[in-house]
Design a protein around this ligand. Structure first.
Ligand code: NAD
Ligand code: TDX
Length: 350
């Protein structure tokens, strides 16, 4: 690929920030990060690259059509990697419309901007980053592959499934060059502490109860976030137009087993007596409509793009725990809300 100007949406979030940093390190592309800085966006996640001359950060909403129009024209955007979303299932159960707004309408706004400015140029690519949750829930056996029927069951997964359908519809109707990737549960540094692993780490540090939904028998397939960023890099640069790629770590864990494994690691790291973190485990009311099991068959991306996850779950979990302990200020700023001033502090003199 020649030099590109890639618009990365949601780049101040968890996965997006790892992707922006990876691209600036590994490629000569100019990167324009567009992020609304919702509660989930933390500009501090990009502190290493805010001064990078190949990078521009823009605070803005993917639903804002006139902003998109301006940005595509001003920057001559050649490609989009779209990660901006409302991403938390529990919040989607409380406020489904927020998920329709950003995940569905926001995605269609972006598609419209790309369609208008790219004018049928198939050298320009729209990579939509999606989730395995669009495929629904598995029983004890089997795994999701790229042709598994869609069966979203939460407002979050319904909104992501809808956005996947719109991306395919724009490829089919307008001939746009799109790729879609559907990934399993990510974990690692910079994840907002509403998600299982950072929430548990934070609660262990503070001796707070560890809320396990129901019996904790639900299974998730975990992937180290930097392994995901590597897979996204390959799908974006080498994926076949019109195709989708499943991405997963082949690390299936029942929630309760995962929490016990984390508790053991935390006891060791914090030099607390064995069993002290696990004593905080509290079974709480189950999530409404809680999907039982997700598992990804990642054989297509392995065969076609030669990607597989590198990080073992044991090492990744330890690295994650150590990151949160070493970055206690990141966690505190998120917990007390002061991270929300980071943008103003960063940009007040520009
Ligand atoms: P995140 O919640 O950490 O980050 C989302 C980012 O999008 C935030 O920085 C937020 O400010 C931004 N954003 C939200 N609404 C916006 C809007 N209207 N306009 C502009 N920016 C907006 O999410 P994440 O975990 O990094 O997930 C990124 C993407 O990957 C999402 O599309 C998600 O569906 C998908 N995904 C996540 C996982 C996972 O395990 N976290 C797994 C598979 C797929
Ligand atoms: O406090 C908790 N207790 C608990 O038992 C939380 C927050 C979660 N859980 C359970 C619910 C799930 O079975 O842990 C599992 C993981 O929960 P989350 O971290 O909320 O992730 P999940 O609902 O599986 O969705 C995640 O993976 C797919 C991301 O949030 C999505 O954005 C992604 O698409």
């Amino acid at each position: 690929m020649s030099k590109r100007t890639v618009l990365i949406t949601g780049g101040a979030g968890f996965i997006g920030s790892h992707l922006v940093k990876r691209f600036l390190k590994s490629h000569a592309h100019r990167i324009v990060t567009l992020d609304k800085l919702t509660y989930a966006g933390h500009l501090g996640n990009l502190s290493d690259v805010l001064e990078n001359e190949n990078h521009r950060f823009v605070k803005g909403d993917i639903c804002d059509a006139s902003l998109l129009d301006r940005l595509f024209a001003e920057e001559n955007i050649s490609d989009v990697i779209h990660l901006a979303a409302e991403s938390h299932v529990d919040r989607s159960i409380e406020s489904p419309l927020d998920f329709v707004q950003t995940n569905v309408l926001g995605t269609v706004s972006l598609l419209n901007a790309a369609k208008k400015h790219w004018n049928g140029d198939r050298n320009k690519r729209f990579h939509h980053v999606s989730t395995d949750e669009v495929f629904g829930s598995l029983g004890e056996e089997g795994a999701f592959h790229e042709h598994t029927n869609y069966d979203p069951r939460s407002p979050y997964s319904a909104s992501k499934a809808s956005s996947d359908h719109f991306v395919r519809a724009y490829a089919h109707t307008y001939g746009m060059n799109v790729v879609i990737s559907n990934c399993s549960n990510n974990y690692g540094p910079n994840q907002f502490p509403e998600k299982l692993i950072p929430l548990m780490i934070n609660n262990i540090v503070k001796h707070h109860p560890l809320p396990v939904y129901g019996e904790g028998l639900n299974v998730r397939d975990w992937l180290w976030v930097e392994d995901h960023a590597e897979a996204l890099d390959l799908v974006f640069h080498q994926g076949t137009a019109g195709e989708s790629y499943n991405i997963g770590g082949n690390e299936e864990w029942k929630n309760i087993d995962l929490v016990h494994a984390l508790c053991e690691q935390m006891d060791q790291i914090l030099e607390r007596p064995a069993g002290s973190s696990a004593s905080l485990i509290t079974h709480v009311k189950d999530r409404a409509g809680h999907d039982l099991r997700y598992a990804i068959d990642a054989s297509k991306i392995k065969k076609e793009l030669h990607w597989e996850a590198k990080m073992s779950f044991e090492n990744g979990l330890r690295a994650t725990a150590l990151w949160y302990l070493e970055n206690d200020q990141w966690m505190e700023s998120v917990m007390d809300g002061s991270y929300r001033d980071y943008y103003e502090r960063q940009y007040q003199n520009r």
